[in-house]
Design a protein around this ligand. Sequence first.
Ligand code: FMN
Length: 311
Amino acid sequence: MLGAMKADLRTTYLGLGLASPLVASSSPLTGDVDSLRVLEDAGVAAVVLPSVFEEEVGEEPAGPLELPPAYAELLAGAKSALRIPVIASLNGTTSGGWLRLAELLQQAGADALELNVYAVETDPYTSGAAVEERTLRIVHRIKSTVRIPVAVKVSPFYTAFAHVADRLVDARADGIVLFNRFLQPDIDLELLTVAPHLKLSSSDEIRLTLRWIAILRGRIPVSLAATGGVHDVEDVVKLIAVGADAVMLASALLERGPAVVGELTAELGAWLDAHGYASVAALRGAVSSAGVTDPAAFERAQYIAALEAGV
Ligand SMILES: Cc1cc2nc3c(=O)[nH]c(=O)nc-3n(C[C@H](O)[C@H](O)[C@H](O)COP(=O)(O)O)c2cc1C
């Protein structure tokens, strides 16, 4: 029972005080004010709106830039209907004039921004270093125009992700959201065409995020949010234990409905109580690699041990 819970679930994400670490990540469920109200009533501690895409306004919009009207309406509606923080999301890949949308989102009342730099790099002449520079330029540019906090939602496909994370901090990102889930199109064998394929996640997918939050926690001074594969209380507990400040939900909400938030909140409290943790803060980082002097050697040792054990 929620009333019996003793543990303090509060967390701070991007400098925002949240009642718990459970956040609704960008999805169609956060794209409508009625649905946002339901999510708040169900207990989510913050919401991330669906993204405004660069493609909606163009890389270099001519003349004065305006927010797409439907997005302006959603953000205004969300801000007046909800008490919890509302995080707007920008989704694009260039550092062009479209980034002025960030200021408009701030003016429209967004409490923070999430920048999603989803891109599949197909140009054989573009190096990994160039891709990283482009992302850093975007972050730098946004941070020089807004005062609200900015989180960057990235993919795991970097050769040296710890370095990328460190440079995002240098570019003044306030948080990192790990990880973007790439749409992996399939082939329709009857039509012999590419079939967009959006598959909801499963708990197996948290492992990569677990690893990277564990590695980054204590090494970089920004908020870390986990997205991808959070379905059960075990997922939530593990992600906090490695150091997540916020744990985001999309597939679980789409699959099981907003009530899943109330269940997870109650189960998180019960888990903390049963295991003697007074708060989420006390659990956070309990299994991060902050105390490991050489995380790369630790990873090698784990790898060798797993192969030797045959699991
Ligand atoms: C139908 C759908 C729409 C989504 N739209 C967005 C979006 O507009 N912007 C974004 O950054 N992420 C978007 N996402 C990604 C989710 O926010 C989340 O990162 C991803 O689904 C992994 O989390 P999950 O395992 O909890 O689903 C979308 C996901 C789904 C399933």
